[in-house]
Design a binder for this molecule. Structure first.
Ligand code: SF4
Length: 471
């Protein structure tokens, strides 16, 4: 097993970030990277006249379908994924296309044409991570004044080469947390020593980084965004953009579930249908570029909210007070966050690096752990639930048709949610002892991702992406 060398803590708010669709690595990350490059330019004090961005690796192959060029332009216009107002962003983008000029605070006017100055470069690729953006600022001559490559590693995380190297070396994050576990076995040992639950350990870590009030408020805000996203997706009709002509299905399925289908004895799968429709609602919103919470990515953003909404709306026997329900939400999200952090730290949550096992597989493991926790599972049962869910996603490729986060992504989130519930249920039938530890399963996922042909890692060059029917 691969051992990390230092206690890198990945917190619950690293796993759950509010942003926009359709992709954390191909939309949110690039938008953030644009802002980081402008900060770098301000610090460098050069007199730049224009900016260019080269998208490389998976960003070059599937960036059009993921609206990466739009995200880069919006980032340069000063928008951030967590606060962007889509209507204002569209208006600013329209103006930029007309003027081909950015007006950047502290930098003045910079020439930038979204259609020409974002280059989909499928030839060049540095080592590191396969999602790369190279920004260059030029003056009056073709010489590059300032250049920087950023790696968008999934879940909205963006790093420079130096930061990536520090992470690979397992260097500790500056913020100190009381429980700096590196893997599941260390986490379980800490549980045993401290007599705290996994959620309580995560909470102790989070309150070392921000006030207890802020932790509670931010977790509540995360759930409110997730829940609102489900509700929007259940109400919105229409055809998704991108050219596949896919209609949103969640609203019609939801309407049927509310009426006859749920009571139709020929279809005794109402639980599966509810889970699927909640997950699809989120991922249809994501595909439409709507407001989304990474969980742990945008492509896999439907699984955790679907399972949590299913639990709250369909599994509670007694009516809960607002405070009781809020406590259950916190326990679910903190536990799920712990598992997501372990997988990110020891393998990957990026489809471009590990295939869909790293996205929907991770989301399913997170949701299974969260559900197991709120159903009263012990920490050992929770670890078992996460392992079962992840194990049965191993080998799953990332092959989005036309580079859009639609096929297979939307339905796949429904199946990730169903597997999460099955995994939690199976774990709760045992006492937590089991054959395959979660750490070993995470390592298996890492190795499988490394050996997966790049055609199946978010390049849209293999699998379903090249077996599209002629319509
Ligand atoms: S196939 Fe999976 S990993 Fe790939 S874009 Fe879709 S959800 Fe993300």
């Amino acid at each position: 097993m691969r051992e990390g060398t230092g206690p890198v803590y990945i917190g619950v708010f690293d796993m759950f970030k509010i942003g926009v669709g359709p992709s954390s690595s191909h939309t949110m990350g690039p938008m953030l990277a644009s802002g980081l490059f402008l900060d770098l330019l301000r610090d460098s004090e050069v007199s730049a006249r224009s900016v260019k961005c080269y998208l490389r690796g998976s960003l070059a192959f599937t960036g059009r379908g993921h609206a990466t060029d739009r995200a880069v332009a919006l980032g340069l216009l000063g928008f951030r994924p967590d606060t962007v107002d889509i209507n204002k962003a569209d208006a600013a983008l329209g103006e930029l296309k007309a003027t081909r000029m950015l007006q950047v605070p502290g930098l003045g006017s910079l020439k930038f044409c979204p259609g020409e100055d974002v280059v989909f470069d499928t030839e060049e690729l540095e080592g590191g991570h396969p999602n790369q953006l190279r920004f260059e600022a030029l003056g009056d001559t073709p010489d590059v004044l300032v250049g920087q490559t950023y790696f968008s590693i999934g879940g909205g995380f963006v790093h420079t080469r130096a930061e990536l190297d520090r992470l690979s070396a397992g260097e500790a994050r500056e913020d100190e947390v009381p429980f700096g576990f590196r893997n599941a076995s260390e986490l379980l040992a800490m549980v045993e020593d401290s007599q705290l639950s996994i959620a309580q350990i995560m909470r102790e870590n989070e309150v070392a980084l921000r006030s207890p009030k802020a932790v509670d408020a931010d977790l509540a805000a995360i759930w409110a965004e997730m829940d609102a996203c489900i509700s929007r997706g259940l109400a919105e009709h229409g055809t998704l953009a991108g050219g596949l002509g896919l209609r949103r299905r969640a609203p019609d399925i939801y309407r049927r579930l509310q009426t006859s289908l749920a009571n139709d004895k020929r279809l005794p799968f109402a639980s599966n249908d509810w889970l699927t429709v909640y997950a699809m609602a989120v991922n249809e919103e994501n595909a439409a570029g709507g407001r989304i919470v990474t969980a742990p990515t945008n492509g896999a953003a439907g699984v955790v909210p679907a399972v949590l909404r299913f639990f709250l709306s369909h599994c509670l026997e007694d009516e809960k007070t607002y405070a009781e329900e809020a406590e259950l939400v916190r326990e679910f999200l903190l536990t799920a966050g712990a598992i997501g952090g372990l997988i990110k730290r020891n393998a990957s949550i990026s489809g471009a690096e590990a295939g869909c096992q790293g996205e929907v597989g991770t989301a399913s493991a997170m949701a299974a752990a969260g559900l197991c926790a709120v159903l009263g599972g012990t920490p050992w049962q929770i670890e078992n639930a996460a392992e079962i869910a992840l194990e049965h996603h191993l080998g799953m490729t990332c092959d989005p048709v036309a580079g859009l986060v639609q096929v297979p992504c939307i339905e796949r989130n429904g199946f990730g949610a169903i597997k999460a519930v099955a995994a939690a249920s199976l774990a709760l039938h045992g006492d937590g002892t089991h054959f395959m530890p979660l750490d070993n399963c995470i390592e298996a996922m890492r190795q499988t991702g490394l050996e997966m042909n790049s055609k199946y890692r978010e390049t849209a060059l293999g699998g379903l992406a090249v077996n599209v029917p002629n319509c």
